[in-house]
Design a binder for this molecule. Structure first.
Ligand code: HEC
Length: 554
């Protein structure tokens, strides 16, 4: 069994740990004893995307067989994407692959032309880390795209999958419902994206109308409604922020503009100060928070970005940003670098799997809440209570129905379990015996979602259009699973807050239909915001569009 084999490997690794730590410390100081001249050598292709892409076939031909498609290594072949290379100069990597280390199984690549070696270095240091940030990258076994499992019996309630998702269905997962770890196998079942067939649309309850607001986008991710009603969108892969203005009679934007381009994987967006007259637009790029001068009505950034704070790059690479209602605190969510690596022994996990906080007047980030595997997909402030809330992607590889993703209000200083505990006092079997003192500290989140849903951006509905009972409720995008035998997620959910600002643990399927009956996927919700007219806008990086859900029923 996979799990036994890997736990033996882990025990073996633990026994060897002291020696390998010493070794790692030596090597870290000087990367494989690279000479100073190697450190000084400049990469002629630094920042050159075309050269980085040209490195891809070279990597595939020369390196992939040992280091793997995603550079994760296996056995005695080291990972190239575990963060170690972040602190190594490109010249040192170039020097090392040129020389190789025959005794330890790494060939010399001196016979390749220097230009090819540099292109490989560029690919390894810039493209591979980005590939590994994709959720699909955490997958252990080879892909299983068979659709035979579609005839599998329904999962035990309250767990479900796409076959049973239907607008209007309420669900509630409690701590008592959790199965044992490894009760089912860990699947590798990422979506095969297909084009949306004509006549297939997202499905909402009767009374709601679904329309296409914008199409032809490139990796549309977060949405934010500016105080003046303009709709901001990040297109993360191309590094762009767009603005849409107005709404035509048939529900399309009247104007569309590029606010800024050339950013490094932007995700989070927040206007500052809160209120009707912002002066800045803050943007969470993967490795930093920046801000642009902004005044109501701007369709284009008037100047260069100003650096606000450094963030740990790579890994889970979306950085949600939000301000407290009084504007005195800026929150930034930084997800873990890995699925479940222990920060005690993995320094690259420092200041990660946290929600960080600072005073925006002089931003020095500190930890606001911790043990939160990845809230980088969505944090927001509840307008009713002023509390910070988050939407979290929990960990993988424990089976179909573990660990629930969640949406919760966030307690200052609170510990949410990762990586040693999950959903309260459940020890992660991969960290057996560690941190017993944290067992009773691990907070049980407010709303447990289907495991592997990939819960991303959410918003509190403050519009005037939907029926009164929706007022203040959460709408959240569930990007969809890879680590589950039959897909789950790929929908927008509603979390009722019962006009109290507090959740009861229930949620409801709100917008479904992004998976075809054969299991192929055409759409993946990411961002969600409320337009000035009270309709709900949902970005979808599967079909590269924005959907608009309005209420017409009476
Ligand atoms: C035959 C298997 C094999 C192939 C092919 C191979 N490597 Fe390696 N590589 C290794 C092994 C084994 C090590 C560990 C060597 C050591 O510990 O000194 C290694 C180490 C490395 C390291 C150092 C990593 C670290 O953390 O110290 C880098 C960088 C690297 N390889 C890059 C490459 C690149 C780039 C290519 C393709 C041009 C490549 N390797 C091809 C087996 C391979």
């Amino acid at each position: 069994m996979h799990s036994f084999a890997s736990s033996y490997a882990r025990i073996a690794a633990a026994i060897l740990l002291p020696a390998s730590l010493l070794l790692a410390a030596d090597v870290d100081k000087k990367f494989h004893n690279a000479p100073a001249s190697a450190q000084a050598a400049k990469n002629p292709y630094a920042g050159d995307d075309a050269a980085a892409q040209a490195g891809k076939p070279l990597y595939a031909k020369n390196c992939l067989s040992c280091h793997g498609k995603l550079g994760k290594g296996t056995g005695n072949v080291p990972s190239l994407v575990d963060g170690k290379l972040d602190s190594v100069k490109p010249g040192e990597v170039f020097w090392f692959i040129t020389r190789g280390d025959k005794d330890n199984g790494m060939p010399s690549w001196a016979f390749l032309p220097a230009s090819q070696r540099w292109k490989i270095v560029t690919y390894v240091t810039s493209v591979l880390p980005a590939l590994n940030a994709e959720p699909e990258a955490a997958a252990p076994p080879p892909p299983d795209t068979s659709t035979s499992k579609l005839n599998a019996p329904p999962p035990p309630p309250p767990f479900t999958d796409f076959r049973y998702e239907k607008p209007g269905t309420f669900r509630k997962i409690t701590v008592n419902d959790l199965p044992q770890p490894y009760a089912t196998q860990s699947s590798n079942n990422g979506p095969a994206l297909v084009a949306r067939p004509e006549n297939v649309w997202p499905v909402a309850l009767p009374g709601f109308k679904v329309e296409l607001y914008a199409t032809g986008l490139d990796n549309p991710r977060t949405l934010r409604t500016a105080p003046n009603g303009d709709i901001f969108l990040t297109e993360s892969d191309p590094g762009r922020i767009r603005v849409f203005r107005g709404m035509t009679g048939d529900g399309k934007p009247e104007q569309s503009a590029v606010f800024v381009s050339g950013l490094k994987h932007p995700y989070g967006l927040a206007f500052y100060p809160p209120g009707p007259d912002p002066q800045w637009l803050y943007v969470g790029n993967t490795s930093e928070v920046v801000r642009f001068a902004y005044h109501n009505g701007d369709l284009k950034a008037s100047g260069a970005p100003e650096h606000i704070a450094d963030l740990s790059p790579g890994g889970h690479d979306t950085r949600a940003v939000v301000f407290s209602q009084d504007g005195k605190r800026m929150f930034v969510a930084v997800g873990s670098a890995s699925n479940v690596n222990d920060p005690d022994t993995h320094p690259e996990e420092k200041n990660r799997a946290d929600i960080l906080v600072c005073d925006p007047a002089n931003c020095q980030l500190s930890v606001y809440a911790y043990g939160i595997r990845n809230a980088g997909g969505g944090i927001a402030v509840n307008p009713e209570t002023g509390e910070l809330w988050c939407s979290v992607n929990e960990r993988d590889a424990l089976g179909d129905n573990l660990v629930p993703d969640y949406i919760t209000h966030v307690q200052e200083g609170g510990f949410y379990g990762w990586p040693w505990w999950y959903i309260g006092a459940h020890q992660d079997p991969r960290h057996q015996g560690k941190h017993p003192e944290l067992k009773d500290k691990a907070i049980i989140p407010d709303v447990l979602l289907q495991p592997h849903n990939a819960s991303l951006e959410f918003t509190f509905y403050e519009g005037q259009q939907f029926p009164a009972e929706y007022k203040g409720d959460i709408f959240a995008s569930e990007h969809g699973s890879w680590n589950k035998a039959v897909r789950v997620g790929y929908e927008v959910i509603r979390v009722p807050l019962h006009q109290t600002g507090h959740a009861s643990g229930e949620y409801e399927d709100f917008l479904t239909g992004f998976v075809l009956p054969d299991g192929n996927v055409w759409g993946r919700p990411v961002g969600v915001t409320v337009a000035p007219d009270g309709s709900l806008l949902v970005s979808d990086d599967g079909s590269n569009s924005i959907w608009r859900v309005s209420y017409a029923g009476k």
